[in-house]
Design a protein around this ligand. Structure first.
Ligand code: PLZ
Length: 450
């Protein structure tokens, strides 16, 4: 059997040819409702047939602009040519052996890349697994083993996954935790400095937060009981909350002083998204461990834990593993995606996209007081919607904007503890024309708000 010839390119333009959802999507959505668990959410009620670059094409032939990258995954573009070719080539060679049974080259090479790309020049080692949640779980497992301590410190508004431990590490009850307990023990939640909603003086917010957190860790847990401090350097699902400058370096310094493993969850913020390889690069923070997933493999399921070699090597042989972790096809996709990010300088593309989008969002904010704040970094930007003249969350406006954009063929994602944030995670290969077209739709959406 030979591999099929490539499909013709999908034009990088928005084209809405039916009502949304169109008739074919409606039919499949009815089958979805009948066949799939009602517990699964649905952001955009269409069914996708094909993707390329920054376009998602649905089964009715509508070309939709992708402002979500599958929640920050397809940073190199949907169905990136290099990723697709690597997947085909690798699948012909090896589909699966299980790395801990009989190893293969791709796993080793992805770990070598992660060890080089993550911050710091110290000796590092990595472990590959299947999902962000699994990577976070493993990071905590390893930190506990290494320190021989039980407690894990996490933050308000945090999201770390949906497994039992990562649900416990996640802050928000609905929809992530409600009814799914009992939760894991030894998880301690600290306040997160949220500049837009902070009551204290913005100039001293970082210092004030650090003082409160370190005091509470010392008094309520005892530093000698803390295995890890786990934090998203820019919070994702929580609403793209960017901590004030100085906070992350201060926290990391405190961790180091007390032998606590400082873990950065870069699952959503990693791989060029923020205009750096990782969000912690911005303030030169060097975590003891970095958790990666999403953007790492251009759309294939893969995640990593990278950390100080002494920490990663502490665990006994066969203490870590999993059947599929670091699957060869996913590793080939990751190597192709990472190569593409380097060669196409996606770090710079993220900054460029962030400049255009950020300027447009700030102009919108000046015009529409419903936009309380524009925040984020690089191509990880968000707007928080409020009732005009207050900071009261405005979920209705968020829903109206999302709906308007969908009807015009633009996919946008929401977020936020208060369900009032619109976040933008465009593929980093989005053309300027397409970006401006999507921004135009967003402007219309705000103009249409009552
Ligand atoms: N850490 C920072 O953003 C996943 C969740 C989507 P998995 N975020 C998207 C949903 O509704 O389930 C995420 C994250 C951060 C960990 C995770 C978990 O990654 O690959 O979804 O397990």
């Amino acid at each position: 059997m030979t591999i099929q010839t490539p499909l013709p390119a999908l034009a990088q333009e928005r084209r809405v040819v039916t009502s949304i959802p169109g008739p074919k999507s409606q039919e499949l959505l009815a089958r979805r409702a009948a066949a799939t668990s009602a517990g699964l959410g649905l952001t955009f009620p269409v069914v996708i047939e094909r993707t390329q670059g920054a376009i998602l094409q649905d089964v009715d032939g509508n070309s939709l602009i992708d402002f979500g990258s599958g929640i920050g995954v397809t940073n190199v573009g949907n169905s990136n040519d290099r990723v697709v070719q690597a997947v085909i080539d690798q699948a012909q060679m090896i589909t699966h052996t299980c790395f801990t049974v009989a190893p293969y080259r791709g796993y080793i090479e992805v770990c070598e890349e992660l060890n080089k790309l993550t911050p710091g020049t110290h000796a590092k080692k990595s472990l590959l697994v299947n999902s962000g949640a699994e990577a976070v779980e493993n990071a905590v497992k390893i930190a506990r083993y290494f320190t021989k301590r039980p407690a894990v410190v996490v933050f308000e508004h945090a999201y770390h996954g949906r497994t039992n431990l990562t649900m416990s590490l996640t802050a928000k009850n609905m929809p992530y935790k409600d009814g799914f307990g009992p939760f894991a023990g030894e998880v301690f939640r600290m306040p997160m400095p949220y500049p837009y909603r902070a009551i204290s003086n913005p100039a001293t917010l970082a210092q004030d937060s650090l003082e409160e957190i370190t005091h509470r860790i010392e008094k309520e847990i005892g530093t000698h009981n803390v295995a890890a401090i786990l934090i998203e350097p820019i919070q994702g699902e929580g609403g793209f909350i960017v901590p004030p400058k100085g906070f992350l370096p201060g926290l990391s310094e405190f961790a180091t002083k007390h032998g606590i493993v400082f873990i950065a969850d870069e699952v959503q913020s990693g791989f060029c998204r923020t205009g750096d390889w990782f969000a912690v690069n911005d303030e030169n923070v060097i975590p003891d461990m970095v958790v990666t997933a999403k953007g790492i493999a251009g759309g294939l399921p893969l995640a990593g834990v990278t950390g100080r070699a002494d920490i990663m090597d502490a665990v006994h042989i066969s203490g870590l593993g999993g059947t599929y972790g670091g699957n060869p096809v996913a590793c080939a996709a990751a190597l192709a995606a990472i190569g593409f990010m380097k060669e196409e300088k996606l770090v710079d593309r993220a900054k460029h996209i962030g400049q255009i989008l950020g300027d447009s969002l700030r102009a919108l904010q000046a015009k529409y007081p419903v936009i309380g704040e524009v925040r984020g970094r690089g191509a990880m930007l968000a707007i928080e919607l409020v009732k005009a003249g207050t900071k009261e969350p405005n979920t209705q406006a968020m829903q109206d904007v999302v709906k308007y954009c969908q009807s015009k063929g633009v996919l946008i994602l929401t977020a936020g503890t208060y369900v009032n944030v619109i976040r933008f995670l465009p593929p980093l290969v989005m053309t300027d024309e397409l970006l401006k077209d999507a921004i135009g739709v967003l402007e219309e959406a705000f103009a249409s708000l009552k």
